[in-house]
Design a protein around this ligand. Structure first.
Ligand code: BG6
Length: 498
């Protein structure tokens, strides 16, 4: 019997902010990730402090902003989509850039050039029988909402966002069947700048502690304020998401809408009940995002959690009804790694709602320290099936690595093939377990700008792009060894993984 259904959506995933480039062309406006400047090939840039933002504005002409260049898909999309066609993609995950349509985010009507660009991209995809899978918001917030508001903490963002969301559904509903609302919505509580455009020290004059690490040691009162702001922002994103799901169900019933969250599988460090409870608590927290978006309601326990952590949400008027009417059709997720947690407070650090992970002695690490664990994906897929009873789309997974072509211009990325093979095996087993998996779109199918490092050096693609962190290079596309391998996987519908 075939291991994957015949309509399984094999493909690849990208986002506008990291891929498109052409950031200031044809009237396009700038969004929050366009202000993140490069600091080095291994330095995370997921957090924004007031002083960094000031610097980004003041030195805009000279700083290096890799997201503004992406890989210039804006001018290369025909060539890139032809390569996806050659790979045999059934689906291509991309996002629409809010600021290409509504340059400041405040306009009442969209820019026609931006609107046409996405019609052209969708037409090109359909030429190769590739279904677009569109993320409505993939880490993008027009910059005015950072400067004049407080990112997604402000409920004023909702009507502007809804105008954009309503427009894209009305305009593209006959070209795009599969949609996701917010990319990795849970990241707003872990990385509030990235997910919500929230400047970390907006309310404090934050002295960066010695040895400050992004997922490290925030002063306690700041962590508390941050947690509050992040959960308020999350609430507003839940509302915007539910509003557009309801609208699409009424006006575009041919479309299917999913949520998107970062799946974080957790193991207790030991069999001690205390460690087991910590793992349970963190797992519940990870699944809470789906409880709201797929279940249509905040779970009872989260209000106790908010009380315990002194989180005071200003509830949006009528939110219970809005969430109930806006439950998604399917669940989608990104999955890269699993973590180990301990109940020992001395060995764990929490920032906002993110727990720092411990090393798992049974798992290998990627060269960026991400622990490779296909079995956790199988376990989680089974758990998601039992909890939500909805189809699941794995819309991100993959291995980031430093890569340069050899003298013959080849990239022998057998490590990527091994990573993907093991995860596809795990998905096949989950399907055998009875999980309804709709498709698989590995991240960064063509090299693009890394989200955490804002660099080109961390690469995920089947296709290499000749561009470096400074934007030097020919931007030529080269097939890596994994290209032919993935092409065969798709051609055999996942039967031949050799
Ligand atoms: C996911 C994001 O978190 O991980 C992507 O949705 C991101 O935007 C991907 O690029 C990989 O992360 P990174 O930091 O390696 O690019």
């Amino acid at each position: 019997m075939a291991r994957f259904p015949s309509n399984f959506l094999w493909g690849g995933a990208t986002s506008a902010a990291q891929l498109e480039g052409g950031r200031c062309e044809d009237g396009k406006g700038l969004s929050h990730l366009d202000y993140v400047y490069y600091r080095g090939p291994k330095i995370p840039c997921n957090f924004m402090l007031k002083k960094d933002f000031k610097k980004a504005k003041a030195e805009e002409a000279t700083l290096n902003f890799p997201n503004r260049r992406g890989i210039d898909f804006y001018h290369h999309y025909k060539e890139d989509i032809a390569l996806f066609g050659e790979l045999g993609f059934k689906s291509f995950r991309m996002s629409i850039s809010w600021t290409r349509l509504f340059p400041t985010g405040l306009e009442e009507t969209p820019d026609p050039k931006g609107v046409q660009f996405y019609h052209d991209v969708f037409a090109e995809l359909h030429k190769y029988n590739i279904e677009p899978l569109v993320t409505m918001i993939h880490y993008e917030l027009p910059i005015i909402f950072v400067e004049k508001y407080d990112g997604w903490v402000s409920k004023e963002v909702i009507p502007h966002c809804f105008r954009y969301l309503k427009f894209i559904i009305d305009e593209y509903k006959n070209e795009v069947k599969y949609w996701l609302t917010f990319n990795e919505i849970n990241m707003v509580t872990a990385v509030p700048w990235l997910g919500g455009g929230i400047i970390l020290d907006r309310y404090d004059d934050f002295e960066v502690p010695k040895g400050f690490r992004p997922f490290g040691n925030l002063p306690a009162d700041m962590a508390k304020r941050w947690d509050n702001a992040a959960h308020q922002a999350l609430h507003h994103q839940f509302i915007a998401s539910a509003m557009i799901v309801k609208y699409a169900h009424e006006h575009a019933p041919q479309c299917l809408i999913g949520n998107m969250f970062n799946l974080h599988h957790l193991y207790p460090e030991t069999p001690s009940p205390a460690d087991a409870y910590r793992a349970h608590e963190e797992t519940e927290f990870n699944l809470f995002f789906c409880d709201v978006m797929a279940g249509g309601a905040y779970p009872a326990w989260i209000k106790t959690y908010y009380k315990r952590h002194n989180i005071n949400i200003e509830w949006y008027e009528g939110y219970e009804e809005i969430l109930k009417d806006g439950a998604v059709d399917f669940i989608s997720l990104s999955y890269y790694l699993s973590s180990v947690v301990t109940a020992d407070p001395a060995r764990q650090e929490r920032i906002g709602s993110f727990i720092r992970m411990l090393k798992n002695p049974y798992l290998p690490d990627s060269e960026f320290g991400w622990q490779v664990d296909p079995t956790a994906l199988r376990i989680s897929l089974n758990e998601l099936r039992d909890r939500f009873h909805k189809p699941i789309f794995i819309v991100e997974n993959g291995l980031g690595a430093f890569e340069t072509p050899d003298e013959e211009g080849k990239i022998h990325d057998d490590y990527r093939v091994a990573y993907l093979r093991s995860h596809i095996e795990a998905i096949a087993l989950a399907i055998e377990d009875g999980v309804d998996v709709m498709g698989y779109t590995p991240w960064g199918c063509i090299d693009l700008v890394s989200c955490s490092l804002v660099s080109m050096s961390k690469r995920y693609g089947f296709i290499y792009v000749d561009a470096d962190d400074e934007g030097n290079g020919t931007y030529k596309r080269l097939k890596k060894d994994s290209f032919d391998w993935y092409k065969k996987v798709i051609a055999t519908n996942g039967e031949d993984l050799t």
